[in-house]
Design a protein around this ligand. Sequence first.
Ligand code: ADP
Ligand code: MG
Length: 121
Amino acid sequence: MPTDSFTHTGAIELAEGETPAIRFNRIVKRFGDHTVLDGLDFTVRKGDRVTLIGPSGSGKTTILRLVMTLEESQDGYILIDDKPLTHIEKDGKRVALKDKHRSQMRKRIGMVFQQFNLFPN
Ligand SMILES: Nc1ncnc2c1ncn2[C@@H]1O[C@H](COP(=O)(O)OP(=O)(O)O)[C@@H](O)[C@H]1O
Ligand SMILES: [Mg+2]
């Protein structure tokens, strides 16, 4: 694995009929010329606790921001509970879903900020 971008995280074999909590399907994320995620396939099973490990700048936060819809990918698809998060494939084309759909999806996802001063003391 290159140190500056995620390309592969290890395939997970799903049982027949098993729907993962999170699925990244060939996700491409660029900031300008800098490709951070280069066709990332990434699956999280329901009930799993997953740790993203990698050097600073390798794209860990970008993955989480994509799940939160705080970033938008340039290609690929993200499914949450088997439902498309921001885009669907329609007639071979990548189609953006409406804001209403996105906000409904976002209600199902929570996050805790890294530098939230919950306990200042
Ligand atoms: N908003 C942004 N604009 C430009 N580059 C960004 C932006 N956010 C992240 N990056 C770049 O994307 C890469 C991955 O960043 P990030 O996901 O924060 O890595 P990590 O969390 O693994 O340290 C880094 O090279 C970072 O500089
Ligand atoms: Mg980070």
